[in-house]
Design a protein around this ligand. Sequence first.
Ligand SMILES: O=C(O)c1ccccc1N[C@@H]1O[C@H](COP(=O)(O)O)[C@@H](O)[C@H]1O
Length: 211
Amino acid sequence: MSRTRVKICGITRAEDAAAAISAGADALGFVFFAKSPRALTAAQAALIIASLPPFVTKVGLFVNANADYVREVLAICSLDLLQFHGDETPLYCESFAKPYMKALRMREDIDLTAQLAAYSSASAVLLDSYKAGVPGGTGEVFDWERIPSDLSLPLVLAGGLRPNNAGAAIAACQPYALDVSGGVESAPGIKCADAITRFIEAVSAADRRED
Ligand SMILES: O=C(O)c1ccccc1N[C@@H]1O[C@H](COP(=O)(O)O)[C@@H](O)[C@H]1O
């Protein structure tokens, strides 16, 4: 089995980015959604990104953003992947000519087959918990049994992940990657280096069990 990748989302400080990378994170997420406690400006993100070593995937997270704003961020920040976490259409997601992943929130009535067909141009699908009125970063887990085993896109699992449930998440659905934010924080927007290390150790231990 291949290694489960880890994305640490909601980076707001260079020291948190450095801690995530030295713990072994594959990707860092930058939240360009003003209502999030983890939001930062393009200029702030660009400064952090400039401090990063190579071979780390930089992900820009947007929620129903104006397309001009996304282009403005792309002009300032060297992002590798866009994460659309709202109700963005496939056409909108494709319009930036950048790899993207589409976040789908697991509402009871979601038709995953239809959604995956609609976003077939995505590099991955991110499945997150559904909480009315909260677009993401809920800190809540959804029932992983609801995820079909034959998804047509690589699965990025999110929603309430923590060091003590990362292993169970991998055992339950063998995702391509885990995406964690609140579960490795000491306060909203402030990452905890020890929790990040424990999270990535739990992922590695689960991968060894799956082999
Ligand atoms: O992190 C945020 O504040 C956020 C805001 C709006 C949309 C998505 C957001 N984060 C993403 O939400 C999931 C789950 O986060 P958590 O681990 O439950 O805190 C994850 O994909 C984040 O990238």
